[in-house]
Design a protein around this ligand. Structure first.
Ligand SMILES: [Fe+2]
Ligand SMILES: [Fe+2]
Length: 141
């Protein structure tokens, strides 16, 4: 994975969510930088833990915003399944990282790239048109 730089094409036009996506991207870039600089397992684990923590919060907020925006229930359901799968994947990688650092590191880089780039561009972007009338989102959950 190379560093992923934020650009307007990632925007879902909701500043709250865009800022979270930016933050997730930043954490993924930190992970990449730490790997390049051979920072060691402890350090990588810390980044991974903050990624998991932040991801769960982001998914909660994003699912809420989809509901508030009136995104069709069937699409919310499939988006939620997608999130659940991503969480399972990242926990799996977290486990794998404890046992076999090298193999998992490569998988993690692919995962971060896929997730950040593909999920935002292909899945998150779908709810964007429904958010037009939503202003000033604040998380309830
Ligand atoms: Fe999403
Ligand atoms: Fe997202």
């Amino acid at each position: 994975m190379t560093y992923v730089v934020w650009s307007d094409m990632f925007s879902v036009r909701r500043p709250y969510i865009d800022n979270q996506h930016k933050k997730l991207l930043e954490i993924a870039n930190d992970f990449h930088a730490a790997l390049k600089d051979n920072k060691g397992k402890e350090f990588l684990f810390e980044i991974l833990n903050s990624l998991i923590h932040y991801t769960e919060e982001h998914f909660r907020n994003e699912e809420e915003i989809m509901e508030m925006a009136g995104y069709p229930a069937v699409d919310i359901e499939s988006h939620k399944k997608n999130h659940e799968q991503l969480v399972r994947d990242i926990f799996g990688l977290h486990q794998g990282f404890m046992h076999s650092e090298e193999k998992t590191t490569h998988e993690l880089e692919i995962f971060l790239n896929n997730w950040l780039v593909q999920h935002i561009l292909l899945e998150d972007k779908k709810y964007e048109p429904y958010c037009e009338n939503l202003t000033d989102y604040r998380p309830r959950k």
